[in-house]
Each structure stands twice: as C-alpha cells, then as structure tokens.
Design a protein. Sequence first.
Length: 145
Amino acid sequence: MKKLIPPIVLVLLLVVAVLIQKPVVEDRLVTRIIDGDTIVVEGGERVRLLDIDTPERGEPCYQEAKDRLEELIDGKEVTLEPHAEDRDRYGRLLRYVFLEDQLINLVLVHEGLATLYVYNKGPYHNYFVKAEQTAKEYGCVFNQE
C-alpha cells in the first residue's frame, strides 16, 4: 500500500522552496544616515550597504560620502535586497539599497565616494568593478595624496 503525502505537507514544501529561492526584499523608510555606507531604517535597524566601503570619520572623503548618501535617500522609502549573508559581525543587516530602480551602493562607487568591498560576490559584482575602474580617474576616494 502506497502512503500518500497529505496535501498540506505538499503546500508547505512548495512555500519553503519558493522562500529559499527568492531573496526577500522589503521596502523601508530611511530615518538616519550614519556614514557613507551605513543607514538606519524605520524601526531602528542598522543597514550596511553591500559591496562598498566608504571612508571613516576623520578620513578624506568621509563627509562627501555621507552627505551624498543623505542627499540620495535620507527620509525616503528604499528597497532592501539581501544577498548571501544576512548580517555582519556588528549585527547590521547587509543589503543592496535601491531607490526606485537605482542601486544606491553602485551610485556611490560610480561617483568615486566608495570603493568596492566584497563580502560574497553578488549579482551586481561586474557592475561594481566597472564603476570603480571608471571612478579611479576622478573619484574622491581615489585621488588622495
């Protein structure tokens, strides 16, 4: 006699399979800019922008990177897209940050305010590499003596 799998179990397996395959993106309001690569969203959660690194406080280009990130997304609703790791060692969410169809992480690299910093090579890696190559000609973080 064959045992049949109850329909509810099949539905649950299907739901789990879908959740595993698709990254869960979420829309959140940006409430504060910490620096050029870290923001705070509604609810107090800190978010580290994936694949980039910006200067720390006191370093050249720090203020420019922070100011530009504020100009781009402070007080706006953004879409947060995860990749391989959910959080960094400081407990911050690791996310690609989109404003409409614009990848903000990439904008900062393209404008020479951030460098490529890879946690795990993600789906946008080649775009970051090209943006950084271009920004080396004029970008703030690449033209410090």
